[in-house]
Design a protein. Structure first.
Length: 151
């Protein structure tokens, strides 16, 4: 939540400069956004991860990028179980990017993360409750995208 607040404050601070002319304004915005991104990524990577459990989840992933214990047809409005797909991918990406793990940079883990992400994107899962498409999914997907930005 504090990440959203920090980003909102940054946008409010930069708003007068967004519409002003001049190369300096764009450089200020570019620099500020880079710093913000680095700080958010640092915060994401400060999360603790259980590498053993995460690698077990990776091993359980099916070849198509799905998990056998998630019912992808579930239309539950609250505590939507399909969201667990992204939560697991996020955890896998943390292990992949976390320098303190043996699996940091592991090509096989990267391939599994990408396969899982492609499965999500190909199927375009949408919960009937407005909260998940508007808040829940982006809340999990945004850190995942930052962790995999260079892939």
């Amino acid at each position: 939540m504090h990440k959203i607040l920090l980003f909102s404050l940054l946008i409010l601070f930069l708003q007068p400069r967004l519409f002003s002319a001049g190369k300096e304004s764009y450089q200020l915005i570019d620099t500020s956004l880079k710093v913000l991104k680095q700080q958010v990524l640092k915060d994401i990577l400060s999360s603790t991860v259980n590498e053993k459990e995460t690698l077990q989840l990776s091993a359980e992933m099916k070849e198509d990028g799905s998990w056998p214990d998630i019912d992808y047809t579930d239309k539950t409005r609250g505590n939507w179980p399909v969201n667990n797909h992204l939560v697991r991918l996020n955890t896998m990406a943390l292990v992949y990017r976390h320098n303190g793990t043996k699996s940091a940079g592991d090509q096989e883990l990267e391939k599994k993360i990408m396969t899982g992400l492609n499965y999500w994107l190909k199927n375009d899962f949408i919960c009937p409750n407005w909260w998940y498409p508007q808040i829940g999914v982006p809340k999990v997907l945004a850190p995942l995208m930052l962790l995999l930005e260079d892939k």
